[in-house]
Design a protein around this ligand. Structure first.
Ligand code: SF4
Length: 69
């Protein structure tokens, strides 16, 4: 498992934004831990048209923190 920190995709509102209530995402947000192999869509308005896929440990300046609930 990866330990996540602020600024990384796994804790960003745009990571898997199309399915925010996915159990896996909810667990990542509450535990700040994510499986190494997970990949999901980034729905940031600048990335979505490119269908960018990121891992929970990726990141960019478009980071916006997601609420843990
Ligand atoms: S690439 Fe940037 S905007 Fe997209 S999920 Fe990661 S931190 Fe958020």
């Amino acid at each position: 498992m990866l330990q996540l920190h602020d600024g990384q995709c796994g804790l960003c509102v745009h990571f898997g934004e199309q399915h925010p209530h996915d159990t896996k995402l909810v667990q990542i947000r509450s535990s700040h831990k994510a499986p190494e192999t997970l990949v999901d869509n980034c729905a940031h308005p600048k990335h979505a048209p490119l269908h960018l896929k990121v891992t929970p440990s990726s990141g960019c300046d478009g980071f916006e923190p997601v609420r843990a609930d």
